[in-house]
Design a protein around this ligand. Structure first.
Ligand code: SF4
Ligand code: SF4
Length: 437
């Protein structure tokens, strides 16, 4: 693991954004995180474990190592799933450490500078710009049309372009109408349980508009009047994970501005990655005197949909069949929300939960990870597919759009014909069924 040895001051390319010594020195090398780490489980290598990656960061911090291509590869293989953080007895803030480690690559990557630059441009100028994203998603929306999709598959043309083939495999089984800020959601006949505002997100709104509409119906049945304020955009989670912290902060400020007029209504989020990022705005903007307190106040309003539903009055729901709830990493590990979604699924009458094994292990979607680390992503997806083939659930339920797309591909690999549904869609369909009976 050792690279060029040096001693002396820290060798971070971007010292202002470097992981802090206080965070790094929390790690006591106990190794309790190793068997929770997907990349360690696959490779068996210390350098692909949380402890190994922290060790490398500490060596740069203490001036023993400089940032090399090998270190870059070890950090880039990390999924940022934060399973390690959830089990760490020393409360090592691994997610924060890795975001700041990636910021070093953003400043000066020893390898693949061109690729990183393109990635940064795409994240800044496509994902974070709604009109551009809308255009960029058009091919995906066209490709998702069933006749075209079947034709593309049968013709074998996708095999000529593996990235396109991977993308097609991940597309939702149907892409309905997008849902954008300002869009109309179902409203309760009598708003008896207060108001909420919905965070729409970037890709989520374009490809999973149906999940937002289902979210509106779930809240309306519980007497919660929900709207989706105009002016909101991307939360910046993908930018932060990629180390582009300055742009992540800019998007965080925009998000706070967009939601302040609706204060104190809870900000309901149905995408685990976005929710985790927004709950941590207080930390992201802690050095910004204008936004520090506003960020903390905003983060305090952010609620995952499952938290809101678990606290609201129960609504009858029915689904005759088997289901498997797969934890979304940024819900289970980053937000530590595990019981609520599992409980909501098990409360559906007639539903039998089956175990696929490894429900809380990352599926390999991890934001843009499946695009930039296709091999590890495919290995983790294959493990999920094995579990699906073995347990044969009728429905695979999850709570994050990226996971949903990865499970679409995993189910196809498993060849079981299971439906993949967001928790909001699953509960909404089950409540509609119960209401009809
Ligand atoms: S990150 Fe936490 S669990 Fe892992 S080795 Fe360090 S102290 Fe132990
Ligand atoms: S974030 Fe996930 S992949 Fe990265 S070190 Fe932690 S457990 Fe491993």
């Amino acid at each position: 693991m050792a690279e060029s040895k040096q001693t002396g001051p820290s060798l971070w390319p971007a010292p202002d954004e470097a992981p802090t010594d206080a965070d790094l020195s929390r790690c006591v090398h106990c190794g309790l995180c190793l068997n929770s780490c997907p990349t360690y489980l696959v490779t068996g290598l210390e350098a692909e474990s949380p402890r190994g990656r922290i060790y490398l960061a500490r060596a740069i911090e203490s001036g023993e190592l400089s940032l090399t291509e090998t270190i870059q590869q070890h950090w880039e293989l990390c999924l940022q799933c934060r399973a390690c953080e959830a089990v760490c007895p020393s409360s090592v803030p691994y997610g924060r450490i890795m975001e700041h480690a990636r910021a070093q690559l953003d400043a000066d990557a020893p390898a693949g500078k061109g690729e990183r630059r393109i990635r940064k441009l795409l994240l800044r100028h496509v994902i974070a710009k709604r009109p551009v994203l809308r255009m960029a998603m058009l091919p995906a929306r066209i490709m998702a049309q069933r006749p075209l999709r079947s034709l593309a598959r049968r013709s074998g043309i996708l095999r000529l372009a593996p990235p396109l083939q991977r993308l097609e495999a991940q597309l939702p089984h149907r892409v309905g109408r997008p849902f954008r800020p300002g869009g109309k959601l179902a409203q309760p006949a009598a708003p008896s349980a207060g108001e909420a505002v919905l965070f729409v997100g970037c890709v989520m709104g374009e490809l999973f508009g149906r999940v937002h509409r289902a979210t509106g119906r779930l809240l309306a049945r519980r007497g919660i009047a929900c709207s989706a304020p105009e002016g909101q955009g991307c939360c910046g989670a993908l930018h932060a994970h990629d180390g582009d912290l300055s742009y992540a902060r800019k998007l965080a400020r925009q998000t706070i501005d967009a939601f302040e007029p609706s204060d104190p209504a809870p900000v309901v989020v149905n995408s685990a990655g976005c929710g985790a990022a927004m709950k941590e705005y207080g930390d992201l903007l802690k050095d910004d005197p204008d936004y520090r307190e506003r960020a903390q106040a905003f983060s305090g309003r952010v609620r995952d949909l499952s938290e809101v539903l678990a606290e609201a009055a129960a609504v009858p729901a029915r689904y005759e069949g088997t289901a498997s709830y797969q934890h979304a990493c940024h819900l289970a590990h980053a937000q530590r929300i595990r019981e609520q979604p599992a409980m909501l699924v098990s409360n559906v009458s007639g539903c039998k939960q089956v175990s696929t094994g490894g429900e809380d292990v990352c599926c390999g979607a991890a934001g843009i990870y499946s695009i930039v680390q296709p091999e590890m992503s495919a290995e983790l997806r294959a493990r999920k597919a094995e579990g699906f083939a073995r347990a044969d659930p009728g429905v695979v339920v999850t709570a994050n759009p990226g996971c949903q797309m990865q499970y679409e591909a995993a189910v196809r690999e498993a060849g079981t014909g299971a439906r993949v549904m967001h928790l909001a869609e699953f509960l909404d369909a089950a409540e509609q069924r119960a209401a009809r009976e």
